[in-house]
Write a protein that binds this ligand. Structure first.
Ligand code: AR6
Length: 335
């Protein structure tokens, strides 16, 4: 998948390049820099001596010696003062320049640590936000697998505001959606016993459900569509291109062409949701698309409710959604 957020030691990551959060001398230091130099061996320092240092925001490349990666891209993040000294732009430059270098070398995969968020003191939630935003933008027009390697406790990485807003939504949702669950059970029972009879029910119970019903004609018309057919139809209807769609879904090109070619393709739930997000589908449309793959969004799963939170808030940025899913310890979208 194009952007994967993982917890790991970056020196262990198998990618074409790993990125080092260095200092301007490029001669080693603590944190991730120290770990990379130790694992790569002394030849790395010898090569670094010839690079003539590096300015904040810039990036330079070396071989990776004893590491599983092929290259190391050294970049120098900003030191955090108060957020008013160009820190955000410099941090964004680090990601942009490292990605540009990887692209120049035709690399297929790259792994980043959370640059500046250790010794240099950049608040981790902001560092993660900038990383996700720059990498996300890059991936919308480039094919590359990018790993964002987060080392510490996950709860530190999401902004307090977003974290509590999602937590609140999860709490509310469990209660608010209960009548719909009850209604669905009730409706099923009614259909089982009285398939010909129209169902009568109280307004309060029906209200949240009616909202979700689509016309019967639509349902019948699209009954025979497979997931793949529905997906392709939606892409057309939304006026999107294939590549725009799979990139916004954080799904790689190969998987997309598999789905395109095989009308009976059975996606995982995460893949199906990723497409719903890429297409900007509302709750009902998402529900319909998921049904085509045999899935539903339940009200008793944190993952499902987080997805609903973002759809309800009209935020369809898959990379931001994945940042939140990661912070809540959930499986990411796009696999
Ligand atoms: N793998 C992945 N992430 C790591 C690892 C690791 N092995 N080790 C630490 N981190 P830092 P900076 C995380 O301090 O803030 C050095 O001395 C860590 O938890 O390595 O850009 C340089 O020479 C943190 O979230 O880099 C510079 O002088 C993130 O990597 C200065 O520190 C970055 O922390 C650079 O400071």
């Amino acid at each position: 998948m194009p952007l994967e957020i993982i917890r790991n030691d970056i020196t262990k990551v198998h990618a074409d390049a790993i990125v080092n959060a260095a200092n301007s001398s490029l001669l080693g230091g603590g944190g991730v820099d120290g770990a990379i130099h130790r694992a790569a061996g002394p030849e790395l320092l010898a090569e670094c001596r010839n690079l003539g240092g590096c300015k904040a925001g810039n990036a330079k490349m070396t071989k990776a010696y004893n590491l599983p990666a092929k290259y190391i891209i050294h970049t120098v993040g900003p030191v955090w003062y108060d957020g008013k000294r160009n820190e955000e732009k410099l941090l964004a430059d680090c990601y942009r320049n490292a990605l540009a270098l990887a692209k120049d070398y035709n690399l297929e995969s790259i792994a980043f640590p959370l640059i500046s968020s250790g010794t240099f003191g950049y608040p981790k939630d902001r560092a993660l936000k900038t990383a996700i935003s720059v990498i996300g933008d890059f991936l919308l027009s480039n094919d590359m697998t990018v790993y964002l390697v987060v080392f510490d406790k996950i709860s530190f990485t999401l902004s307090e505001k977003l974290f509590s807003s999602i937590t609140q939504y999860i709490d509310d949702k469990y209660i608010e959606e209960l009548p719909v669950d009850r209604y669905n059970q009730f409706e099923q029972r009614h259909i089982d016993f009285y398939p010909e009879e129209p169902m009568f029910s109280s307004r309060e119970v029906l209200a949240p459900v009616i909202k979700r019903k689509r016309s019967l004609i639509d349902v019948v018309k699209n009954l025979d569509e497979t997931f793949s057919q529905r997906l392709l139809r939606l892409i057309d209807e939304k006026g999107m291109t294939d590549s725009e769609t799979y990139k916004k879904a954080n799904i790689d090109r190969k998987l997309f062409s598999k789905i395109r070619k095989d009308i009976y393709y059975k996606p995982s739930k995460h893949t199906a949701i990723a497409f719903a997000i890429a297409l900007g589908l509302n709750q009902d449309e998402t529900k319909d698309l998921l049904l085509k793959a045999g899935f539903a969004l339940s009200h008793s799963s944190k993952f499902d409710i987080i997805i609903q939170y973002f759809i309800d808030n009209g935020n369809y940025n898959i990379f931001e959604i994945n940042g939140a899913l990661f912070a809540f310890g959930q499986h990411l979208l796009g696999v």
